[in-house]
Design a protein around this ligand. Structure first.
Ligand SMILES: [Zn+2]
Length: 242
């Protein structure tokens, strides 16, 4: 039902108009999903249910947030990390809407390939800002797309303030990082790394070690468990400091 609704909406309404009016359009669909079984920690709506999508994740019908986005927002609030200058790579629209209206932060949203709504167009391997600029950097599901991820990590560390936090997540596997530069076509990458625009699969420890080798002084691994009421999944995030 949701997938059909989304397909129809994308066919009849231009993409930009759809994004601009997304919350209103979603509310038309989501009205019947108001309830008491769940609560979206991002848009604060009470829900009958979340919407399951083909990759297994569950979306909030009102704001469209994924489970990892709701968790991230919750984590940032609980730890009082939303302050100062914030750099956000390829922001989800649900978070972009909240952060771009938050007067407590100076928000820099960026997307290199123009797939997400963002103000800037930074190349993560060569970020055009001064050293020690940001209090918080959000780098979610980015590094697995970057061929020269070591350059990206050095840049993230360079633009992060001392005492600031760089919050990182990618898909993970157990064992070591799996990467193979000979896989260059979409088909090869899909088969090897699970998505046609991914260039590797990290392990948690492998990513931590690589961050420590490329500019960061400390990396904390945080594991979270599932919470059905709030629609959170089991997941891991890394918090890097310099
Ligand atoms: Zn929501």
């Amino acid at each position: 039902m949701y997938q059909t609704f989304k397909k129809v909406a994308l066919t009849v309404v231009p993409r930009k108009t759809l994004f601009k009016n997304e919350v209103f359009i979603r509310s038309l669909f989501a009205f019947h999903l108001k309830g008491k079984n769940h609560r979206c920690s991002l848009c604060k709506k009470n829900l009958k249910k979340f919407i399951k999508i083909p990759d297994g994740d569950i979306l909030c019908p009102f704001c469209g947030s994924r489970s990892r986005t709701r968790r991230l927002y919750n984590f940032l609030l609980e730890n009082n990390l939303l302050q100062g200058k914030v750099l956000h790579f390829s922001p989800s629209r649900s978070l972009y809407r909240i952060f771009s209206k938050n007067d407590d932060i100076t928000y820099y949203s960026t997307d290199f390939q123009d797939e997400f709504i963002a103000e800037y167009n930074y190349n993560i391997t060569n970020i055009p800002v001064k050293n020690n600029s940001f209090d918080l950097i959000i780098c979610y599901h980015i590094l697995e797309h970057i061929e020269d991820d070591k350059a990206a990590m050095s840049e993230l560390s360079r633009v992060l303030k001392k005492g600031g936090n760089c919050i990182i997540q990618t898909p993970f596997k157990v064992g070591k990082i799996y990467e193979d530069v000979s896989k260059t076509t979409k088909a090869e990458r899909l088969k090897a790394f699970g998505q046609e625009d991914h260039v590797r699969v990290y392990s948690v420890e492998g990513l931590k070690e690589r961050l420590l080798q490329n500019g960061f002084a400390n990396v904390e691994i945080k594991n979270f468990s599932k919470n059905i009421f709030n629609g959170f999944m089991n997941e891991t995030i890394l918090i890097a400091k310099k």
